[in-house]
Design a protein around this ligand. Structure first.
Ligand SMILES: Nc1ncnc2c1ncn2[C@@H]1O[C@H](COP(=O)(O)OP(=O)(O)OP(=O)(O)O)[C@@H](O)[C@H]1O
Length: 352
């Protein structure tokens, strides 16, 4: 993961995100396209790609999945393998430091196997170049020796399906992007879809959840199923210890107050950033470095963890002159903007 990716939801309930949670997360993964909630466009497109490949008795085209962390890219890659009746190998860009690492993985793939390459935008350049040829010609050149005596030995690969996942499709070099037969862009989920995710997960966890409880959790989950599942588990804990075991609206509100996740899904850091921007800097504009010092965090944390969500929620704007709070930010924190709130709705300030 690039700095910030994944941290966003990790810190919501960071201490509880342990190995056991990861195991539970794996158990909650939908196993086929029919079980996969939301993302109707990607689902339909992928369904066609996979059905057609199956009908031809061929290996499916390479698939690129882009979208924010926790939206289901890993889950979809596993579904692709399951739908094709193929085994899956999982690795990630940062794990492939040298082209040789990639050659070793590629040369051990079986026919039709799915290779899931998470964070594909973080692969080293030489590995990336090796991947071009592997994707197109199912061949790699393995270089043996060094210097003038080095020789490239071509190695044939069986047909395989590469499923690449990235949080930043824009960072992929065009030659790599172009070699994918299908690109699916994952969107944030609607609250109604997240409610279905919560109900489904509650069923698998054997937890009773009311419609209001599920709606409350969904509304605080930042459009992200992974967060919905994590919040559900924390509310379940609260319900077990302090309630009657049922995930009700009251249980959700009380539990998420303990974990400092507010009704809009903002957590402690988000509110600290917003609070500093409003209270200390009158709503901005203020430089991100100054804002970071004010909340006692690294600049990267503010920029990559808190800001994307605040911008998405329309609470903060990144402008050439610095960060600016929107009128909605004042309302959300229950504060009154100064008579002429700097930045509030200033035209021409906002970056595209
Ligand atoms: N469409 C969905 N329906 C039901 N559950 C989902 C769906 N998408 C994701 N989930 C749940 O959310 C969790 C996170 O999904 P997943 O690991 O696939 O996300 P990701 O996009 O690969 O994230 P990252 O990029 O951070 O690895 C999974 O455990 C899964 O249970």
């Amino acid at each position: 993961m690039s700095p910030g990716d994944g941290q966003e939801e990790e810190r919501l309930v960071a201490t509880a995100a342990d190995r056991e949670d990861q195991a539970v997360e794996a158990a909650l993964r939908p196993r086929d396209l029919g079980e996969f909630i939301g993302q109707s466009r990607v689902r339909e497109q992928l369904d066609l790609v996979l059905r057609a490949a199956r009908a031809r008795g061929a290996t499916a085209d390479h698939v690129l999945l882009s979208g924010a962390p926790g939206l289901g890219k890993t889950t979809l890659s596993m579904i692709i393998a399951a739908e094709m009746g193929a085994p899956i190998r999982v690795t990630s860009g940062p794990a492939i430091q040298h082209a040789g690492d990639l050659a070793a993985i590629l040369s051990s793939l079986g026919e039709g196997e799915v290779l899931f390459l998470d964070e594909i935008h973080r692969m080293s350049r030489p590995a990336e170049e090796m991947l071009y040829m592997a994707m197109e010609d199912f061949r790699v050149d393995v270089v043996v020796g060094k210097g003038p005596g080095a020789t490239a030995i071509p190695l044939e690969l069986p047909p395989f399906t590469l499923v690449g996942a990235t949080t930043r499709a824009g960072l992929l070099p065009p030659p790599l992007r172009d070699r994918f037969g299908f690109t699916g862009h994952m969107e944030y989920y609607e609250p109604a879809e997240l409610q279905r995710v919560v109900h489904r997960s509650a069923g698998l966890l054997g937890v009773e959840v009311t419609a209001e409880g599920a709606a409350e959790i969904a509304g605080r989950s930042r459009g992200t199923p992974r967060i919905a599942n994590r919040l559900l588990r924390r509310v379940r804990d609260w319900a077990q210890v302090r309630g009657d075991g049922v995930v009700t609206h009251e249980a959700a509100v009380s539990a998420l107050a303990v974990y400092e996740v507010d009704e809009r899904g903002l957590d402690r850091l988000d509110r600290a950033v917003l609070g500093a921007l409003l209270r200390l800097f009158g709503g901005g504009p203020v430089g991100v470095a100054t804002l970071a010092v004010a909340v006692g965090e690294e600049r990267e944390t503010v920029e990559e963890v808190a800001e994307p969500f605040l911008v998405r929620e329309g609470l903060l704007a990144r402008t050439p002159r610095g960060r600016v709070a929107t009128p909605a930010a004042w309302r959300h924190l229950g504060l009154t903007p100064p008579a002429q709130a700097p930045g509030a709705g200033q035209d021409g300030l906002f970056e595209g």
